[in-house]
Design a binder for this molecule. Structure first.
Ligand code: UDP
Length: 241
């Protein structure tokens, strides 16, 4: 698969359709695998933290969840095909999982949110087998691992936000039954309707970040990583020339 290094993070240069096909391939393989969806905030964190960067680069599939990463790829002259948002990848996967009778476990978000998200997912993909739900405010990893292993899923959505979810997947990969894990941040909140996605027009204009900032001003600090990330890409592109 075509891979592109953007400021130290190796992204798979894939369309949404290719991402879905790759996840299905991983699921069908029956082995332990994990998928990460870094946006520019996470990719910037990777520049500062090499241990975290290794976890991201150790994933079986790494897709760019953000217009900022795609823009950085253009600045560096290694243009990624498209943004592949985690929540959109999850949505596209649901009918495929239902068709193949795969079991899905939802892990993360506040108590009650995963159950609501499951209802919406089953509406979107009739016949989908959601084999378990667990909120993301647990005391110990062991209680989560026990719940997941009892349900024996084929696919596990890990929605704890970043970097918590990536660390969790890497630390617990060997403890849970072989399955494909996807670290997809606030996606359960979106499925459950707890958090609204930006209107389509804003998504198309690459202004989703602005919508999130207005809705959650507390994100301002972490959002400053977006311009810093783009400046780093500009600096790097000057070095290359
Ligand atoms: N979350 C969680 N456990 C924690 C911290 C966060 O389950 O200890 C959940 C939180 O409820 C939310 C998601 O993780 O559903 C993080 O959402 P956010 O939009 O911050 O994630 P992002 O995709 O931006 O990383």
């Amino acid at each position: 698969m075509d891979r592109v290094n953007i400021l130290g993070v190796t992204f798979d240069n894939v369309t949404m359709e290719q991402s879905v096909a790759r996840v299905i391939e991983l699921v069908e393989s029956g082995r332990t695998a994990y998928v990460v969806t870094p946006n520019s905030e996470i990719a910037y964190e990777c520049m500062k933290d090499s241990a975290f960067c290794n976890i991201i680069n150790g994933a079986d599939l790494t897709v760019p969840d953000g217009a900022g990463v795609v823009l950085a790829s253009k600045i560096l002259g290694r243009t990624l095909k498209q943004k592949v948002a985690g929540v959109e990848l999850a949505t596209a996967l649901l009918p495929e999982l239902s068709k193949r009778k795969k079991k899905l476990f939802l892990f993360g978000a506040k108590p009650g949110v995963a159950e609501k998200a499951a209802e919406e997912m089953k509406r979107l993909a009739p016949g989908l087998n959601v084999c378990g739900c667990m909120h993301g405010y647990f005391e110990t990893d062991e209680e989560v691992v026990t719940a997941i292993n009892a349900a024996a899923p084929d696919v596990l959505f890990v929605c704890l936000g970043s970097p918590k979810q990536e660390l969790w997947m890497s630390e617990n990969a060997e403890k849970i039954v072989p399955c494909t894990m996807l670290g997809i941040g606030g996606s359960l909140d979106v499925f459950a309707g707890v958090v609204k996605r930006a209107p389509d027009i804003m998504v198309r204009m690459n202004l989703e970040w602005l919508y999130r900032l207005v809705k959650q001003p507390s994100r301002f600090g972490r959002m400053l990583r977006l311009p810093k990330y783009l400046f780093a890409a500009l600096r790097e592109s000057k070095k290359i020339k």
